[in-house]
Design a protein around this ligand. Structure first.
Ligand SMILES: CC(=O)[C@@H](O)[C@H](O)COP(=O)(O)O
Ligand SMILES: NCC(=O)COP(=O)(O)O
Length: 251
């Protein structure tokens, strides 16, 4: 079955809006794990608008104590290439089970594209080597249209995470079938290159089942925005359990 990693960035957005300690990111993450989620994801950004270093350290300790996966996402490059200052340093300190490298520029409101492996492959190679020496599995954010998964594998990545924003946008419209086929084809090509497959961005209770039924070999999905929105109405426990039902019925 595909595993569910819950992204708790949005809990930190709410917490930061008042500058206090509530809602607690660790408590919300704990509630998701208690409901059966397999792991926790965070994606710190340079402006620290949601998840901060102290959250990452606390979540790293909590997930390690529970023996579940902690997935730390972010841009590992140093300025001027943009990036979360100290992403690699945080990985040295926290040693997340998985580091997902994402090529965001600093001002992005959210992630909207994967790596160009032809351009970025050689700069990623030493970062991937260091992360792997820390014991992290390394996944690279990727577009379904990429024609160079072989380069991602050659520079040491274990997995790619497909950017599923375009799938979510196409879902329910005339281009849904075409979009889904593109991801299914990408999954076959990435698997053939020896990469494991993760997926994330704008996945939801509505669009997840179709994705998993059509796209082969998805090992893990990371879901944040929609899950936290849905949890406002249903609660975290019920929402996570709904996702787990979708996962067990579709993959
Ligand atoms: C890489 C990815 O798709 C997610 O990590 C997403 O970008 C969440 O980040 P925000 O919560 O900052 O939108
Ligand atoms: N890697 C994707 C992720 O962590 C969550 O993205 P979203 O569900 O908040 O769009």
């Amino acid at each position: 079955m595909t595993l569910l990693s819950v992204n708790v960035n949005k809990i930190a957005v709410l917490r930061n809006s008042r500058g206090g300690l509530e809602p607690s990111v660790v408590r919300a993450a704990t509630a998701c794990l208690d409901a059966g989620a397999h792991g926790i994801t965070v994606h710190p950004r340079p402006d620290a608008r949601h998840i901060r270093s102290d959250d990452i350290i606390a979540l790293g300790e909590m997930t390690r104590a529970r023996g579940v996966e902690f997935n730390l996402e972010g841009n590992p490059f140093a300025p001027p290439r943009g990036g979360y200052p100290g992403f690699i340093e945080l990985c040295r300190r926290v040693r997340p089970a998985q580091a997902t490298l994402v090529p965001d520029s600093d001002g992005q409101i959210t992630s909207d594209h994967g790596f160009d492996f032809r351009r970025d492959g050689e700069s990623l190679r030493p970062l991937i080597a260091e992360l792997k020496s820390l014991g992290c599995r390394v996944s690279l954010f990727a577009d379904a249209e990429s024609d160079s998964f072989d380069i991602a594998a050659a520079v040491g990545a274990d997995r790619v995470e497909f950017y599923t924003g375009p799938y979510a946008e196409a879902y329910g419209g005339n281009t849904q079938g075409e979009a889904t086929s593109r991801y299914a084809d990408a999954a076959r090509r990435a698997s053939a290159a020896g990469l494991g497959i993760n997926a994330g961005h704008d996945l939801s209770q509505e669009n997840l089942g179709t994705f998993l039924r059509e796209v082969p070999s998805v090992l893990e999905v990371s879901i944040g925005h929609a899950l936290i929105v849905e949890a406002l109405y249903e609660g975290l426990d019920a929402t996570v359990k709904h996702y787990l039902r979708i996962l067990s019925a579709s993959s």
